[in-house]
Design a protein around this ligand. Structure first.
Ligand code: SF4
Length: 736
């Protein structure tokens, strides 16, 4: 491991020198300060005095800088130049702080950008990379007002959105049919060669090729067909894609297999990938493609991945990182007072595919997850665990929301799912009963919301069958009678190209069972391209799905390839998503949409028309913090030699948390990718990086307000403030 003193002696590169010259040339006061400073302290004092002098009349800037917990209104009052001034002052206030960089397997990172500048000016050392100097160059252009910023107009955003057809575009539908037929042809060949024996899917003796194809087209509607014939090797993937993968991609996929990373792509999802790039949809399937293929960084890090979610690491008998005591099984995860996640011991532990950036890659690495469906069938012990887990929900004073997920909640067989929902129903009924004996003000929270987390509407829409609809509709009717008010399918659609006729039909069925469908997008590098996420919101709205969260990619270096820096997340929020901002006076109307979930498509369309919006921006952009909670309230307090930013996050003050967050304080994240690297990656995937102008400037964030739609309905009684199942240990310390 190289020490910081050793790094300081490293000479900067020619490119870094050139960027430094440009920085000093554009900023004579900075050059004077740096050249006159005898040491780094004098450099820091000089820059600080200069900046404070420049902003002395900008009260919004000074107030924000001085505030421990600024508000969203404070954020919105800032001028473009203020962002830079606050960042420079924060860099100085945090100079010399050291952090464990989990992107570099725990190496120590120190942030001291003005020391790096001073070393570069006086000794040509410091080891700072071009990405660092590029970031500093943009910082000072923003500070001095040399680079003003005009956000794009609606027409521009709509033009960007136009680049991405949805999977409902008739030309795309036709291409996918061709893909399907090609894939089926290859599967028939393999069945003929008896390479894939299946008891359920067999051709009758003497069938002609045409008859086999007709039979296979029928099977295509059956989810089991796709699970049975899922591609599990890079070679077969390439074959199924008409040998169109380039050798480098194949090599990485083979290395991934050798490293033990599972491979699971079902034929339906595979049919969404283009073999040849269609002229009218260049790059449109990239976000899907990067979900299926693995990156070099993932392969290299597999075996060294550390858990992001600290509260998922539970020692038996001890509370988790958020302070919650949990049932003695690995089936309940909890961060907040009001909601807990249930992960059943069923096929629901699997998914319809493996997303390359899956947050559960850590569990695949530990060998706790796999795609061996037989081994995931529920056992007798699950029947014993389930009632105990339900007792936990029933007896807890604050829990009112249960999120059943996995993996994927809809991977569970109908019978397993029904059993879980029946147990939830009984638990909600008993929770309500038990409240009768409690006085007002001492009553426990009753169950208000049930959610099913699933990506199957896009991974495997064939799973959404009439039988499933009956289970969901029946549950809703019975659960409504015991006070449950919100029934939500929480899905994960990543790209407008995933919104296909099959997915639309799956959503239609779920909606007609009376469930509200909301979406969680992961803002991967491919999804971060201009207009991509805005188009996804529009495509989702058209099929009755409401955007819920836009998530920053979690994880460390293993997800580096798919990572989009948080500055780009804020830029998207402020420049693209803002086009779908619902006027204040119409937001309340949205709250009632779930009450008539069956009319979601029509209601969303009417609201969009009335407000003249290209889509409804009902989602909040957030990072799932590696400790407790979600937030996009942050400041950029430092930068590494590589130009990777160091961000300090505060908790989202608008939601109920475990009191443990008061002890945790703020939390520091080091990004795995510099903005310069991100822009180079965008350039490599065909983007015009001048369209991302301004991205460097988004160095602050305040979490957006939650839509009233996503709030819990009120009770007609007063609940207790008591938190049961909470244990706060004195020495609790969580963070990166
Ligand atoms: S659907 Fe979710 S849990 Fe499943 S592989 Fe993808 S990201 Fe992971």
């Amino acid at each position: 491991m190289t020490t910081i003193a050793e790094l300081d002696r490293i000479a900067i590169t020619v490119k870094s020198h050139r960027l430094l010259q440009r920085l000093l040339g554009e900023n004579p006061p900075l050059e004077t300060i740096m050249r006159r400073a005898m040491n780094e302290t004098e450099a820091l004092v000089g820059v600080r005095n200069w900046v404070l002098d420049e902003v002395r009349t900008r009260s919004a800037c000074l107030a924000y800088y001085a505030s421990e917990h600024p508000t969203r209104e404070d954020f919105q009052a800032l001028e473009w130049r203020d962002f830079a001034a606050i960042r420079i002052l924060d860099y100085i206030d945090n100079a010399g702080r050291e952090f464990r960089d989990l992107n570099l397997r725990g190496e120590l990172a120190v942030s001291n950008p003005f020391r790096l500048l001073w070393l570069a000016v006086h000794q040509g050392t410091g080891g700072a990379k071009p990405g660092f100097f590029e970031d500093m160059l943009h910082l000072f252009r923003q500070f001095t007002g040399h680079s003003g910023h005009t956000p794009p107009a609606r027409e521009q955003v709509e033009a960007w959105m136009e680049r991405y057809p949805s999977g409902l575009d008739p030309r795309i539908v036709k291409l996918r049919q061709e893909n399907r037929d090609r894939i089926l042809g290859l599967i028939i060949d393999r069945m003929d060669r008896e390479e894939i024996p299946s008891r359920k899917f067999r051709f009758k003796e003497g069938m002609t090729r045409a008859e086999k194809l007709r039979q296979a087209l029928d099977w295509w509607e059956d989810k089991d067909f796709h699970l049975t014939f899922a591609v599990r090797s890079p070679e077969l993937l390439n074959q199924m894609l008409g040998e169109s993968l380039d050798p480098d991609t194949i090599k990485v996929l083979q290395q991934a297999r050798d490293a033990g990373i599972p491979f699971f792509v079902n034929p339906y999802y595979l049919s969404l990938l283009h073999v040849r790039v269609p002229y009218f949809a260049i790059g449109a399937d990239l976000a899907i493609r990067y979900y299926v293929t693995y990156s070099t960084q993932l392969v290299e890090e597999f075996g060294h991945i550390v858990a992001w979610e600290k509260e998922d690491l539970v020692e038996p008998g001890k509370p988790n990182a958020a302070g919650w005591r949990l049932p003695p099984y690995d089936n309940v995860h909890r961060r907040y007072p009001d909601v807990a996640i249930l992960i059943p011991d069923t096929m629901g532990r699997a998914c319809g595919g493996l997303c390359s950036l899956c947050q559960r890659m850590y569990d695949f690495q530990r060998g706790r997850l796999n795609f061996e469906m037989e081994s995931l069938r529920p056992t007798a012990s699950w029947s014993e665990k389930l009632p105990e887990i339900m007792d936990y929900f029933r007896d807890d004073a604050q829990l009112r929301d249960i999120l059943i997920t996995g993996g994927d909640a809809l991977m569970s067989a109908d019978a397993s799912l029904k059993k879980i929902l029946d147990a939830v129903l009984e638990m909600a009924r008993e929770k309500r009963e038990a409240n009768r004996a409690r006085p007002d003000g001492k009553k426990h929270a009753e169950i208000l919301r049930v959610r099913l987390g699933t990506r199957l509407p896009v991974y495997l829409p064939q799973r959404v069958t009439p039988e499933l609809m009956t289970i969901l509709a029946t549950f809703k009717a019975e659960a409504s009678a015991v006070g449950i008010r919100q029934f939500v399918i929480q899905t994960h659609v990543e790209a407008p190209m995933e919104v296909t006729p099959e997915a639309r039909e799956a959503f239609r069925k779920l909606i007609s069972a009376g469930w509200t469908v909301t979406n969680q997008l992961v803002f991967s590098a491919a999804a971060s391209r201009r207009g991509h996420s805005a188009k996804l919101r529009q495509a989702l709205n058209e099929v009755g799905v409401l955007p819920y969260y836009t998530f920053v990619v979690k994880g460390y270096m293993e997800n580096n390839f798919n990572y989009a820096p948080i500055a780009r997340v804020v830029q998207e929020e402020e420049e693209e998503k803002v086009m779908g901002q619902i006027p204040e006076e119409l937001r309340e109307r949205l709250r009632d949409f779930p009450l008539n979930a069956e009319l979601m498509v029509e209601n969303v369309e009417a609201l969009r028309r009335e407000a003249d919006l290209p889509f409804l921006a009902t989602d909040r952009s957030v990072l799932n913090l590696p400790a407790v909670g979600k937030s996009l309230t942050f400041r950029t307090i430092g930068i590494t030699r590589y130009g990777r930013r160091i961000l300090e996050f505060d908790h989202d003050p608008t939601r109920a948390h475990s009191p443990i967050i008061d002890r945790m304080g703020k939390m520091v994240i080091i990004e795995s990718k510099s903005i310069a690297e991100y822009l180079r990656q965008m350039d490599e995937i065909g983007e015009d990086t001048s369209e991302y102008q301004g991205v460097y400037g988004y160095s602050l964030g305040e979490t957006e307000p939650r839509m009233p739609l996503y709030e819990y309905p009120p009770y007609d009684f007063r609940t207790t403030d008591e938190m049961t199942n909470l244990e706060l240990e004195e020495e609790e310390a969580v963070g990166v």
